[in-house]
Design a protein around this ligand. Structure first.
Ligand code: 28F
Length: 611
């Protein structure tokens, strides 16, 4: 069996294997509760279900119990033996032997017929026979395991990853009650969703503060053939947001199933528009227009998923494109025809997006025209360019305010470092159309200075700098400006982040003079550490808090923040697309209460927040 390496992904795969067995028991109708406990050590886990319990009676000839076989014989249960996904055929226990072999300790307990049975293993080998450990009420299976550190270099389960997986599982397998206990944090969470993916959709739409275009979502549940669940809802959001899962595993990069869904969906909508003569005049509808604001979840269970890509998050089974296309198209068309007022709202939404696209295309063409020639003349007047622009070692500092820009301009290395001062606050671009965004002079100037255009006409090869560095004050106002800039970049120039070109400078907030030495502190905690380290007995330290970058001497700014030899930059990275999308929407979207909630929840973390 493929575990997926000995890194974090492989480590968590162990959890998913045992969890899948518990979910199977629930899907077969025998369990309704699943509990997962991440123990305080962070490196061991207990998973249990209240199903029938793995059979414990001995096989007449082998004299071994089913339990022992499941935990010691590779491929017991045979995920693919019947050519269908194991949940469909009720095949159990796949992967348990692999998890066992890769664990220093594993304890399997079963409650059956009033008896608690227990069997322990070390590195996959039984440490004794299956034993009666006492009486028991009810039935079920519990598995405790601790992965083997000689196989996995770092054994540290990530609570957020496990939590997300469990929550998603509770949506995909409606009605199952999944409890997650994080012992280290003394936290317990219960996930239970009677409406399954519909509940998930509701949550996503609310989280993204997207106003639905129609009340009742489209629902497709296919039982014949591979299990398929799909929910769709058009919203007023400006982008498309579809989450897809194959056998409960997220396919964040999509793949053949998503392609089939898009194809079928496009055909259904076009057919509906054509049949009812709803085509707009003077504008043609693109596939993106049809899906603008579309929010949905698709879950699929198939026998032999092939995952592709560096993070194995794209489905590659070719047969699924046609399968999804032919499942979605007739069902959606039927639904549109039987919900005429809903269909009309959706078509209205689609036509509107086509018209908005036409309008912003004109605006974008204007920016592209301006950036097409890289001659100085077209660059914004307030840009202090560097002479090495275009080279890998060149840097653009995007600086808050004119006075800070002045210090940076004097303090910089003129050959390699360009300065673009932004006057006043950058506007919040979350949920805004491209045309609106480009009306903002500050942002249009930034795009012009970068030279790489934006949106669909983005071209990395034309980027005029190796690094784009946001330089804002170390205070909360500065953080706010950095966040606004990052929101803009994340939504409209995401390739810059994906290519590791975006950085945050870290200007100091304090200068601490102790005797003849000067130290620079990034924040309060850093200041306190410096005082503790250097402060003893050498006279009283003098602490200066900078009010802003503008009042810092150019030489000091160079030493602390600009000089590549002495500064420290934070590279902006997106590790989890879905979490980032949610955080940005929560922080920057129209829903101020969500922003407030987020800030309150993170108040403690915020002190050491690095992006
Ligand atoms: C925490 C992980 O692994 N739950 C499981 C069952 C129940 C049965 C079963 C499992 C028997 C012969 C294969 C019980 N009674 N949770 C779990 N619950 N496996 S794994 O059977 C395995 C088969 O070989 C079970 C009657 N039939 C099946």
């Amino acid at each position: 069996m493929y575990i997926g390496g000995v890194g974090t992904a492989g480590l968590h795969h162990l959890v998913w294997e045992i969890l899948d067995n518990a979910i199977d028991e629930a899907m077969n109708g025998f369990a309704s509760n699943i509990n997962v406990t991440l123990h305080a050590d962070g490196s061991s886990i207990t998973i249990s279900d209240d199903g029938r319990g793995i059979p414990v009676d001995k096989h007449p000839t082998t004299k071994k119990s089913a339990l022992e076989v499941i935990f010691t014989v590779l491929h017991a249960g045979g995920k693919f033996e019947h050519g269908s996904y194991k949940t469909a055929g009720g095949l159990h226990g796949v992967g348990a032997s692999v998890v066992n072999a890769l664990s220093t300790d594993l304890i399997a307990s079963v409650k059956r017929d009033g008896v608690l049975w227990e069997m322990s293993f070390k590195r996959g080998k039984p440490t004794g026979p299956l034993k009666k450990a006492g009486p028991a009420r009810g039935t079920g299976t519990t598995v405790y395991f601790h992965p083997d550190p000689t196989i996995f270099p770092k054994i540290e389960f990530d609570a957020a990853t496990i939590r997300e997986r469990l929550e998603v599982a509770s949506y995909i397998h409606r009605g199952v009650k999944v409890t997650f206990e994080n012992e280290a944090e003394k936290q317990k969470e219960v996930f239970e969703h009677k409406e399954g993916l519909l509940d998930y959709l509701k949550k996503i739409v609310a989280e993204r503060s997207a106003k639905p275009v129609h009340d009742v979502p489209f629902v497709l549940e296919r039982e014949s053939g591979p299990r398929l669940d799909l929910v769709l809802q058009w919203t007023e959001a400006t982008d498309e947001h579809i989450r897809s899962y194959v056998n409960g595993i997220p396919t964040a990069s999509g793949g053949t199933h998503e392609n089939g869904l898009r194809a079928g969906l496009g055909k259904a909508v076009r057919n509906y528009i054509d049949t009812h003569n709803l085509s707009p005049k003077g504008v043609t509808l693109s596939a993106e227009d049809i899906r603008e604001g579309l929010t949905g979840v698709i879950s699929l269970f198939i026998a032999e998923p092939q995952f592709q890509g560096q993070t194995k998050d794209r489905l590659n089974n070719p047969e699924l494109t046609a399968m999804l296309d032919s499942a979605v198209r007739p069902a959606l068309e039927h639904w549109l025809n039987h919900n005429r007022s809903v269909a009309e709202s959706i078509v209205g939404r689609i036509i509107l997006s086509a018209r908005a696209r036409e309008a912003s295309r004109a605006a974008q063409a204007e920016v592209t025209r301006k950036t097409a020639t890289t001659g100085r003349l077209n660059l914004p007047g307030k840009l202090s360019d560097c002479s090495n622009n275009g080279r890998e070692d060149s840097e653009l500092f995007v600086v808050e305010g004119d006075s800070a820009g002045g210090s940076a301009k004097q303090g910089r290395d003129r050959a390699r470092q360009a300065i673009l001062p932004l006057r006043g606050k950058v506007m919040n671009t979350e949920g805004m159309t491209l045309a609106k965004v480009l009306e903002n002079k500050e942002l249009a100037d930034l795009v012009t200075a970068l030279g790489c255009s934006m949106g669909k006409s983005f071209e990395l090869a034309r980027l005029r700098y190796g690094k784009v560095i946001i330089l804002a004050d170390a205070d909360s106002d500065g953080h706010h400006i950095a966040t606004l800039l990052l929101t803009f970049i994340y939504r409209h120039l995401p390739q810059l982040i994906a290519n590791g070109r975006v950085y945050l400078a870290q200007p100091p907030l304090y200068r601490i003079d102790i005797g003849k030495e000067s130290h620079w502190a990034l924040d309060d905690a850093h200041r306190d550490r410096i005082l503790k380290q250097h402060g003893n007995g050498r006279g009283s330290p003098e602490i200066t808090r900078f009010k802003g970058l503008g009042e810092m001497m150019p030489k000091v700014l160079w030493e602390t923040t600009l000089n590549p030899k002495t500064r420290r930059l934070l590279r902006v990275e997106i590790t989890d697309q879905i979490v980032t999308d949610r955080v940005i929407n929560e922080l920057m979207g129209k829903d101020a209460s969500a922003r407030f909630r987020f800030i309150m929840e993170r108040a403690e973390e915020a002190e050491e927040l690095d992006v």
